[in-house]
Design a binder for this molecule. Structure first.
Ligand code: UDP
Length: 410
């Protein structure tokens, strides 16, 4: 499915001047002018749901505003393909893998179908994540530069899957990772780029308190009692069952509510089963709100994050964890697992609290509920950390710089 261009936002980078300052925007324009004549193509596996779609929905119109022609293609595949790529995803995060040789055939055959369906005539091509990685076979022999943008933690991949993917990855002109600790020894140049959020999007823009309250009340959540929230796809690696356990421990001391809000992603076939497990674990507790949100819920997510007393991200494995970035931007105290890219964002006791277990999460949530002044201070510091490092204009600058470097390197 191709992203619907009519649904894409029009972005004017000048609107970001009040947030990041004029010099930052001038720098972007200067970098972009040195790329005139180049054309850009982004390819990923879903137009909605999950962090990559979230980034591309903003990044693509930003490139357009810089006057650089850009297209965004989304690969298609049957359930069998997305079951294989989800198994790869879990295995690349270091999880177990059920070795079925036909998986590799399914993977390659859908990549081949997409290679035939899409055209690859851009001069700078960025392929996101493992799902479309075999499209590298479409690279023309001369001229174009192809980058593999890996959004997942590749530090300890299951060797069965990695040995299959590595020969494809090493055909690229470079690879981009979200953290120095995610990288793998590779014979191609590697670049670091932090994922980022768009401060002006519906998901992150300031909201009037009355808008926040209206959303909360629509979901039957009591705005006058503490709200603990985890926003995530219903994915076992996000440990929603661990969040329910932590909430129950906190509940022994505080009359609080839990919100577990998430929806599916088109490339994640496990969501329904995990959602059912979460519902069963929650049982009849009227203070646990499990919200299965449709993809167009940016305003609702914004309001839920803003209404929360504490934001939880209890992931067992994580790419970067954009939900954490979003919460920090909203000045929320965050209790999050020290996995993946989370420790880059949550600096323990400075921009939030890091945990390693259900009990640890419960302990830190109780601590924040008992110390609202400290919770507010962590939120303020988190907001500044995001402003300095994780706003979309920084991501754009990083891409422009990497493109310059790639073009020079040949
Ligand atoms: N998200 C969403 N709807 C949902 C669940 C998540 O829009 O129901 C968004 C969330 O706000 C964030 C992104 O999807 O922007 C998730 O990114 P993250 O890096 O946290 O996790 P991923 O899903 O990519 O593993």
């Amino acid at each position: 499915m191709a992203p619907d261009p009519s649904a894409q936002r029009v972005i004017h980078l000048d609107d970001y001047i009040p947030v990041v300052g004029e010099p930052e925007i001038e720098e972007l324009r200067a970098l972009a002018s040195g790329l005139s004549g180049q054309t850009i193509q982004m390819v990923n596996s879903t137009a909605v749901g999950g962090g990559v779609a979230e980034i591309l929905n903003c990044m693509v119109p930003m490139f357009q505003d810089l006057g650089l022609p850009i297209r965004w293609d989304v690969i298609t595949g049957g359930n069998d393909f997305f079951e294989v790529t989800k198994a790869f995803h879990n295995a690349l995060h270091g999880g177990p893998y059920d070795n079925r040789p036909e998986n590799f055939e399914i993977f390659l055959s859908y990549n081949e179908q997409n290679r035939r369906r899409l055209s690859f005539d851009s001069s700078l091509v960025v392929i996101h994540d493992p799902q479309p990685v075999a499209l590298i076979t479409a690279r023309p022999p001369h001229g174009a530069r192809w980058l593999w943008r890996c959004h997942i933690d590749l530090s300890q991949p299951n060797p069965l899957v990695w040995n299959f993917l590595e020969p494809l990855v090493t055909r690229y002109d470079g690879a981009i990772f979200s953290s120095p600790s995610f990288t793998h020894q590779l014979p191609i140049p590697q670049y670091l780029s932090y994922p980022c959020i768009d401060p002006l999007s519906t998901k992150n823009q300031d909201l009037d308190p009355s808008q926040v309250r209206a959303v909360i009340e629509r979901f039957g959540i009591d705005p006058d009692r503490p709200i603990l929230t985890q926003i995530s796809r219903f994915d076992r690696l996000k440990d929603p069952l661990g969040v329910v356990k932590a909430y129950r421990l906190v509940r022994n001391y505080f009359d609080c509510q839990l919100v577990l809000a998430g929806g599916g992603a088109a490339d994640d076939p496990e969501g329904g089963a995990v959602l059912a497990e979460v519902r069963e674990a929650a049982g009849p507790d009227a203070d646990i709100h499990i919200l299965d949100l449709p993809p167009w819920s940016a305003l609702e997510i914004n309001a839920l994050q803003r209404a929360s007393t504490v934001i939880i991200q209890k992931s067992l494995r994580e790419g970067f964890g954009l939900t954490v970035t979003e919460a920090l931007w909203k000045k929320k105290p965050v209790v999050a697992s020290a996995v993946g890219g989370i420790p880059i964002q949550v600096i323990h006791k400075h921009t939030g609290l890091l945990v390693h277990s259900v009990e640890g999460a419960a302990y830190q949530i109780r601590f924040l509920l008992s110390n609202p002044a400290l919770a507010a201070q962590l939120g303020e510091q988190g907001h500044e950390h995001v402003r300095e490092n994780f706003l979309m204009t920084s991501n754009l600058k990083r891409y422009l710089t990497i493109f310059h470097h790639l073009l020079r390197a040949h």
